[in-house]
Design a protein around this ligand. Structure first.
Ligand code: ATP
Ligand code: MG
Length: 553
């Protein structure tokens, strides 16, 4: 995919508004609900809101949209702040909270009641739904729609004072039960919830709905461009209705919608991620298989790769499913230049070079990066016993096979050509090792170009440290799990495979280096903590090649 021009349609709108009014200070906001951790879809919105503010020397608020105390908590506000900072963004002054405005919002609700355009309804949620109608059928008025202002004021106050049980009453806007926009069929503005709020504690037992609070707080904060995802398109009608009726601003904030990020094989909805956590299919919000920012970070993704990805997908109104390979190409590109090369064998099989001595050790001088001289060189050892990848050995030739075949030759990268002569097995018929001969006159520079064999990576037993590798794969077997009903059934049992193999001994000693490219294998992150058996642990960030994934039907 070609990188999208930075000049997306929202940028054009903002630019136009500046041209019309050069003194206008552009104000955007990123408004997460603190009911989960941020994911890569949020990164798209963070980049958009911050880039617009930065580009036009405006400001971008971080506003916690905390109108539903049931699932919100301080744990999430802290995690959200950490992730935004990690991405390299900040917010204007202090983060704001919708709950900071609860007093004002309550007063605005009273104003609507006094203006005869809001009423306390006693229908329960189910009946409200039934009365709402459908796209084809208009809704029906609630029997409580025509209460007097006084009656409504008393009831609303009683709601606030905790006289009524949850779900028994709500405040609704009085708009039009026959509106072609279902959102305008007397939407609920306030509901009763008896839950301690992470910020306002037990002060309130009535909470404004998102639609009511969001547009008012945007206006109070002076937001000029309220950017949100397409599912809020119709809500804009309500947003405009509320702002107009409350006569809040001369130039009220304007809402613009863009498409949500949907990523192949990935779930981004927080509610669904929570379900995976509850079912113990992932270890938490920062499980490296999730596309939360903390999960990606834990896996080894860099902030630059995520920002490049957001730039590449651009901002449009088209709803499409973005290929996972696009994200993977961004991290590969970012790590290619900065990661030193090392050797690692994930799934080892032993070769014994029969024509060299047990004590033979040769130090081979190899580059740390194929193109970057400044990354220096290092010595690797060559000796009688070496490891190669199990998948780099095959008994019989297969077309297109790139490894070592019994009776044939292969080149060991940076070293010699060898030939596989014999397989040694144990009583159970498992392969113990392969006996090989080494052509000692074929070291690096001496091989004629025409005579090249397949090249494989390897590791001398004398130069290897036992290592655990965590090989992550997609969490779901379906390309678009967000569309499926039962995501639990689509869980990929092979989404984390653990292997014990070897890395070059030097890797264990390097204390400032964490990300490597293991040659022919992929990019890996070294964890700071060893496992409980005191073994070095690596996360595979991404393999070197695109994996062709076939969805399981
Ligand atoms: P979720 O469905 O994951 O719970 P949400 O929209 O309810 O998402 P919020 O915390 O309300 O999550 O989102 C904060 C901001 O991030 C909103 O402006 C929202 O539009 C935006 N956002 C959320 N998910 C995506 C996404 N997948 N792509 C782009 N923007 C997103
Ligand atoms: Mg939300």
């Amino acid at each position: 995919m070609k990188p999208k021009n930075n000049n997306n349609f929202i940028n054009k709108i903002v630019k136009h508004s500046i041209l019309k009014n050069p003194n206008r200070v552009i104000k955007t906001r990123f408004p997460p609900e603190p009911n989960g951790y941020l994911h890569i879809g949020h990164a798209k919105s963070i980049c958009l809101n911050n880039n617009i503010a930065n580009r036009y020397k405006g400001i971008c608020n971080l506003r916690f949209d905390d109108t539903n105390p049931r699932n919100e908590s301080t744990k999430y506000t802290l995690a959200i702040k950490k992730d935004i900072k990690w991405l390299g963004f900040n917010w204007y002054k202090q983060p704001t909270y919708t709950s900071n405005y609860f007093d004002q919002l309550y007063q605005y609700a009273i104003q609507l009641i006094k203006n005869k355009i809001a009423y306390v309804d006693e229908l329960n949620a189910n009946d409200i739904k039934k009365h709402r109608g459908t796209f084809k059928r208009p809704g029906k008025n609630s029997p409580f729609r025509n209460r007097t202002v006084e009656e409504n004021l008393v009831l609303f106050k009683k709601m606030k004072n905790g006289i009524f049980p949850e779900g028994s009453m709500c405040l609704r806007a009085k708009i039009d039960m026959a509106s072609p926009y279902i959102i305008l069929r007397d939407p609920v503005l306030y509901r009763i919830i008896y839950s301690k709020h992470h910020h306002t504690k037990n002060k309130w037992c009535i909470y404004p709905m998102y639609d009511f609070a969001h547009c008012i707080v945007d206006a109070l904060e002076g937001i000029t461009h309220s950017l949100c995802t397409l599912e809020f398109l119709d809500n804009r009608k309500l947003y405009e209705w509320i702002l107009k009726k409350l006569n809040l601003k001369k130039t009220p904030p304007k809402q613009y919608e863009f498409s949500k990020l949907n990523l192949e094989y990935t779930i981004l909805s927080k509610r669904k991620i929570q379900k995976l956590i509850d079912h113990k299919l992932v270890s938490g919000w920062n499980d490296p298989r999730l596309h939360t920012l903390s999960g990606l970070r834990k896996k080894g993704y860099t902030k630059n790769s995520i920002k490049t990805f957001c730039k590449k997908i651009g901002i449009t109104k088209q709803q499409n499913l973005i290929e996972l390979s696009l994200l993977e190409s961004c991290i590969r590109k970012d790590l290619n230049d900065s990661s030193p090369r090392r050797m690692a064998i994930i799934n080892p099989i032993k070769l014994i070079i029969t024509n060299i001595d047990h004590n033979y050790i040769e130090h081979l001088d190899v580059p740390n990066h194929p193109c970057k001289k400044d990354m220096g060189r290092r010595k690797i050892l060559f000796s009688k016993e070496i490891y190669i990848e199990r998948e780099d050995f095959c008994k019989k030739p297969i077309t297109g096979y790139k490894g070592l075949i019994l009776g044939k030759k292969v080149r060991l990268k940076y070293a010699y050509t060898i030939r596989a002569n014999k397989i040694i097995k144990n009583k159970n018929n498992d392969i113990l090792c392969i006996l090989c001969t080494c052509y000692l006159n074929t070291k690096k520079k001496n091989i004629p170009l025409k005579n090249t064999y397949n090249i494989i990576h390897w590791l001398s037993k004398k130069n290897s440290t036992k290592t655990q590798f965590k090989l992550f794969d997609v969490l779901f077997t379906s390309k678009n799990p967000e569309k499926e009903k039962n995501i639990i059934q689509l869980y990929n049992p092979n989404s984390c495979i653990i292997k014990i193999g070897y890395t070059e001994s030097v890797v264990a000693k390097e204390e400032t280096q964490y990300i490597y490219q293991f040659e022919r294998v992929g990019y890996f992150l070294k964890l700071k903590k060893k496992n409980r058996h005191n073994i070095l642990v690596f996360h595979r960030i991404v393999s070197l090649k695109n994996k062709h994934r076939k969805p399981i039907q």
